[in-house]
Design a protein around this ligand. Sequence first.
Ligand code: ADP
Ligand code: MG
Ligand code: MG
Length: 212
Amino acid sequence: TPTINNQIIQTIVTQMAEKIHQEKDYLTELDSAIGDADHGVNMDIGFQAVLQQLPQWDLDQLTLKALVKKIGFTLLDKIGGASGPLYGSFFMQLGKDLTDEKTVDLPTFYQMLNNGTAAIEKRGKVALEEKTMFDVLQPTVKYLIDHEAEPDYQQTLTNAQKVAQEAFDHTTTLFPKKGRAARLGEKGVDKADPGSASIKFLINIICDTLKD
Ligand code: ADP
Ligand code: MG
Ligand code: MG
């Protein structure tokens, strides 16, 4: 099984920045139907800022905890809107239980993802079935933790990607209860949630990177 280190985190955020940049118009289009048409723009500003700062960080010296904190702080600072504090606390809290580790094993990394998910839950004061990114992240991370002992970890990661896709599709059917979309009420049903789309991209990149 893979060992997670700063290089892997760097690969994940770099690929996420590229994906967000490619899908910027798609995310903004989703947000124009249900919010204020800025999710793609917000996310692109945040992840491009991370891309710009990464070369200035000494990845050989930084602990994992320090690196994810820097990423989270940059996202918190630059994304803005509702999603800035959510993505920011997700990354900042990934390292909550770490001390000076430079590498962690896969079950520990899954626990880190769980800490990030709990941070979004707390910061967003969000529950399941409220049509947010939490609806996609929570079941996917739970699946990974529930199956962390399976010998075929690559199959588990593939299955988790299916869980994320199904959760995203389900989110589309929900009545919006949080953020700007909540103001739409019934009109928000049958529309995809932009934050659920961006978090699905992040999950897919994490799973693909760990499978490699
Ligand atoms: P804003 O709504 O301020 O313009 P964005 O458009 O960048 O911010 O992000 C909107 C996304 O944030 C939504 O699609 C939803 O997934 C997520 N979101 C909004 N409010 C919450 C919340 N309280 N808890 C969790 N996620 C939320
Ligand atoms: Mg918006
Ligand atoms: Mg906005």
